[in-house]
Design a binder for this molecule. Structure first.
Ligand SMILES: *Cc1c(COP(=O)(O)O)cnc(C)c1O
Length: 387
């Protein structure tokens, strides 16, 4: 439960890939379990004054969260453990609570639509002012920081797969005294570590690639700043945005295989993106792993891989794209991403999706199936647009 900073030098020199497997295990004494037990309790034995290290009540802390929070903290190269939340949106709401009341938030026009909707609601209520940016325009994004209070970033963006120049934007925010928050859901800490690149706060939808099996809704927030962590923790406690012990167990179990899942899904995504780019019924393919993608050079410089989400325009209309999604026989038509199974969704079917997202854009969350089977399914589905 210690929230003290662990000096980096005391950590073993293992790679993040090994840490996903070996990090944050219970101590190695005889008879201790190799996995963290799940503790179902709403309260803890306690009497007298409740001290800082005391668990006290299940909304304040639960030992079932500790292993997950420690491991994610290590992977994100945070000085402090992560904070697990009941959902990605709960973590986003906590992150946005750090923006001073009435302050100006700069955020990408193609952020996750839940983030955009929440920010719009906060703006309508007079809680904050919003400035949207095109993150592919680094100079304009930096200029938007003048007089702002906070910068929200997502890279690659959901679902447009645009890549932000993170080192430059985070440095510009720091220089301008602007709080920076990065939604790192698409990259995961194995591909990108925004705290090390200068971000103040990192947010995750743990629902996605981190847990990886489409079986939980969870979120997380990270910071190396003890004061900011205290505020995020206070938000979680007082808004009751806490996670079920069982869900956190599943997420930590999922994270143990993050490295191999990502290796496979990413290789599949690269293969499918290349195949799709030459298909006559496919217009634009968005994937930073493609040499011709506008985000390719930036992603190559700042990421350790290109991730497992692709977006492509099928045919010429929403109807064309819907016909393709309806024709899949292996790929599951569903929202969400980052699971072991491949999911496809025409994003503009959501009214909350920005108008600038093409109506025929299909987001493909590539799973760990055999690549040739996935391509078989994509080609037979795209055939409905031919002839
Ligand atoms: C899904 C998602 C979220 C929201 O997370 P939930 O766990 O669904 O609440 C936030 N950001 C991104 C990039 C996402 O893909």
């Amino acid at each position: 439960m210690s929230h003290e900073a662990q000096p980096k030098s005391t950590r073993p020199p293992f790679s993040a890939h090994t840490l996903t497997v070996s990090g944050a295990r219970p101590n190695g004494q005889d008879n201790s379990p190799v996995n963290h037990p799940v503790t179902f309790t709403s309260t803890f034995h306690s009497h007298g004054e409740a001290g800082a290290g005391d668990r006290v009540y299940g909304r304040f802390s639960n030992p079932s969260w500790d292993g997950f929070e420690e491991l994610l903290g290590q992977l994100e190269q945070s000085e402090l453990p992560a904070l697990v939340f009941s959902s990605g949106m709960a973590a986003i709401a906590a992150g946005l609570s750090l923006v001073p009341r009435g302050g100006t938030l700069v955020l990408p026009r193609h952020s996750y639509n839940g983030s955009l909707s929440l920010v719009a609601e906060l703006e309508a209520a007079g809680v904050l002012k919003v400035r949207t940016i095109d993150i592919t325009d680094t100079a304009a994004s930096c200029a938007a920081l003048v007089g702002a209070d906070a910068l929200w970033l997502e890279s690659p963006t959901n679902p447009m797969l645009e890549v932000a120049d993170l080192p430059v934007l985070l440095e510009a925010a720091r220089t301008a005294g602007v709080l920076s928050l990065v939604d790192n859901t698409f990259a995961t800490p194995l591909l990108q570590r925004p705290l090390a690149q200068g971000a103040d706060v990192v947010i995750h939808s743990v629902t996605k690639t981190l847990s990886g099996h489409s079986d939980v809704i969870l979120g997380a927030a990270l910071t190396s700043n003890a004061r900011l962590r205290e505020r995020l923790h206070g938000y979680r406690t007082l808004h009751g945005a806490i996670a079920s012990p069982m869900d956190v167990f599943l997420a930590l179990r999922g994270m143990r295989t993050l490295s191999v899942r990502l290796e496979r899904s990413q290789a599949n995504a690269q293969f499918l993106a290349e195949q799709l780019s030459t298909h006559p019924a496919v217009r634009t393919v968005r994937y930073p792993g493609l040499a011709q993608d506008p985000g390719h050079d930036l992603a190559s410089a700042q990421m350790d891989g290109f991730g497992s989400v692709i977006a492509f325009e099928a045919g010429d209309s929403a109807e064309d794209a819907d016909r393709v999604v309806a024709a899949f026989r292996l790929i599951t038509p569903a929202t969400s991403l980052g699971g072991v199974e491949t999911l496809a969704e025409r994003r503009a079917r959501h009214a909350s999706e920005p108008q600038s997202v093409p109506r025929n854009l299909i987001r493909l969350s590539v799973g760990i199936e055999q690549a040739s089977d996935l391509w078989w399914d994509l080609s037979q589905a795209l055939a409905v647009l031919e002839g």
